[in-house]
Ligand binder design. Sequence first.
Ligand code: DAH
Length: 343
Amino acid sequence: MYPASPMSGADDLEAITGSALADVAAAGSLAALEEARVRHTGRRSPLARLLASIGSLPPEERGPAGRGANAARRTVEEALAAREAELEADELGARLAAERVDVTLPGDPEPSGSLHLITQVRRDVEDIFLGMGWDIADGPEIDDEYHNFTALNTPEGHPARSLSDTFFVEGHPDKLLRPQTSPVQIRVMETQAPPVYVICPGTTYRRDDIDATHSPMFHQLEGLAVDEGLSMADLKGTLLHFVRELLGHSADIRLRPHFFPFTEPSVEVDVLWTDRHGRPQWLELLGAGMVDPNVFTSVGYDSERWTGFAFGMGIDRVAMLRHDVPDLRLFFENDLRFLAQFP
Ligand code: DAH
């Protein structure tokens, strides 16, 4: 392609440069450009040979010949760099075009889940009490007779202690699946001095057959307030506020006398509210009462100084009431057609 003469004059330089620039311009790919680079600037290129031959020129010619050859090499190198940038841009453009994703195509979405209705209701109830400045406490689901019954003033022989109501752990006569969240009251008072304002939500277990309103596994939410001078009026005011936050401001409550071992006096609390057909009705919502002084004694609180009230409600029942769910089993069958109605 090139004259292979060892010595070249200005004409040769021009020819070499022209031929290099033409090859660079004609290179259609980065690979072709690389070939042109080797051919025109590599160790065995005419330009390299020309530069090498300068040393054998007469001294007065070396300067001008060297400057000319170096200028030619810079010209060729600049052309190579410019063409390389062009080709890279072209190749990037081509790749982007080939690999383009059509973002307007419909995707293949994973259906997103949601919290179980029981969890939603539990959190709503928690929020109402947190709003009144109460704390939330947790306790073990497998607990002992002492925390479940003895410390809660439930005498030996009380029906709740018997095998027919409570699941006991085989081989551990003292261990049981808690049938109520009330033992968390004891655990809180054992670790904390009054005043106490705490709710304890959690799972509870009883030997019940499954039907529309019973399940061997269900959820309760316990409440306990201990302070100086608390009375039945505080209990009623707290529960009325709670029910109205939960069900709307037309809701009301009534207290009926009842018996629980750990409260004296004890009440059952019904709620009056308007169902979705516009019918007002009374429904039993929870058990409550003023904490029995014997309970304070078992945790070492001074029952002369402190008074308190407590309550326990079924979270599942609250969820049924609030969302007009007719059958408790719907909560535990995990049928998405039901669950997805409460996103
Ligand atoms: N533990 C009772 C139950 O499971 C509910 C209850 C009633 C809790 C009265 C209380 C209370 O804290 O004061 O039926």
